[in-house]
Design a binder for this molecule. Structure first.
Ligand code: SAM
Length: 365
């Protein structure tokens, strides 16, 4: 029998006033970088440009919940490209060096290339995008021309039947592979491939995916299935631990561990011993990396969230549309970041009573 998952709308904003008042009591040393209560700097910004997606991946936007009646945001609720760019600039002024466009499916947002072009002009920012690849063959060249530097493509299996079952809209894997080839040909490199591993769904695809991309220069990152949002019916038993993923690849394609590229890198790196490239594993459940988390998220309707597992965000769109200047918006961003103490993944257990968290499609995966 299909499980029915209750739908609770938790997309309400927390009041910014209290945060701003608290920040005013602890003025910051001029020019010092913005750090949170655990000393973590603001470095990355993920922007959800749409809460809609053309896939219904069973672990992310299950059909039973995100059906015809689901209350997706109205167009007027979405941040405009001008609003996104303005906020992005303010975030960059407060230390952000890396921006990832995501969603939902970012390539569904009309004229996304124009947004890329606007963001690329901000300057010295690592600009990238995560996509399911369905529209990538068509858009790779124009995205590159607009100034996109790299791309991450989600791909959960090479086996067509498994892939169709996981995206749950019967989308063929061959079309995503075409998108990956088009992105590589357009120079969107290094290209990363994200594979979420869910026990009983696609763990048989781990080694074939690793083998397929070995030697191509593309970097596959195997991601532990997480309890994001409130709708995917997550259970700890469904998680295939990163250590098990590494063991199964290593048994057939020998690996050795590699140093992180930088402090706080989310993926743990592994290299093929024969020089065939590298893979990463993202052990967000079994080896939480909250300690080094430097990511803020901007929801589709302009709220700032400081954790993927957050229950509340703070409304920046209200400031934008209410006529606040960049300095006031910057103060709000800094104040929200400074009071941040999130470390959900470090304290989660199989028995954690999970609050009604916002969905990944809205907050930005
Ligand atoms: N639509 C785009 C895509 O498919 O890449 C971007 C949004 S999606 C939410 C971003 C990433 O989050 C994808 O790689 C997806 O596989 C991953 N993801 C979604 N739900 C997840 C979950 N429950 N656990 C782990 N990763 C998840």
């Amino acid at each position: 029998m299909a499980s029915i998952i209750p739908l609770i709308d938790v997309r309400s904003a927390a009041p910014l006033d209290a945060v701003l008042r608290a920040a005013a009591r602890t003025p910051d040393a001029a020019g010092s970088p913005v750090a949170d209560t655990r000393g973590r700097r603001l470095h990355d910004l993920r922007i959800s440009v749409t809460d809609r997606c053309n896939f219904r991946c069973v672990y992310c936007m299950p059909k039973e919940v995100f059906g015809r009646d689901y209350p997706f945001l109205a167009h007027s609720d979405l941040l405009t490209f001008e609003e996104i760019t303005r906020l992005a600039r303010v975030f960059v002024d407060h230390g952000v060096q890396k921006i990832r466009l995501t969603g939902g499916e970012p390539l569904l947002r009309r004229n996304i290339e124009r947004l890329v072009e606007m963001l690329a002009k901000i300057g010295d920012v690592d600009l990238t995008l995560t996509t399911n690849g369905a529209l990538l063959a068509k858009k790779a060249r124009s995205l590159r021309d607009a100034g996109l530097k790299r791309v991450t493509v989600s791909l959960d299996s090479l086996d067509d039947a498994t892939f169709r079952a996981m995206n749950d809209v019967d989308f063929p894997v061959a079309r995503v592979l075409e998108g990956i080839d088009a992105a590589a040909a357009a120079g969107l490199a290094p290209l990363k491939v994200n594979m979420v591993v869910k026990r009983g769904a696609n763990e048989g695809s781990i080694v074939p995916v690793a083998r397929h991309f070995k030697g191509t220069g593309h970097i596959v990152r195997f991601i532990e299935y997480m309890d994001v949002g409130a709708t995917n019916g997550w259970r700890m038993d469904d998680v295939v631990p990163a250590a098990e993923i590494v063991r199964s690849i290593d048994a057939e394609l020998p690996l050795e561990s590699a140093e992180p590229n930088y402090v706080g890198e989310v993926a743990e790196r592994w290299r093929y011993r024969d020089g065939g490239g590298e893979i990463g594993v993202i052990a967000s459940v079994t080896q939480a990396f909250c300690r080094d988390c430097t990511r803020a998220r901007l929801s589709t309707d302009g709220r700032i969230y400081t954790c993927l597992f957050a229950t509340t965000g703070y409304d920046l769109r209200g400031l934008l549309r209410g006529g606040s200047g960049d300095a006031a918006i910057g103060d709000a961003i800094a104040a929200v970041w400074r009071q941040r103490g999130d470390r959900y993944s470090e304290i989660r257990t199989a028995n954690t009573v999970r609050p009604a968290k916002v969905e990944m499609s809205y907050i930005g995966g």
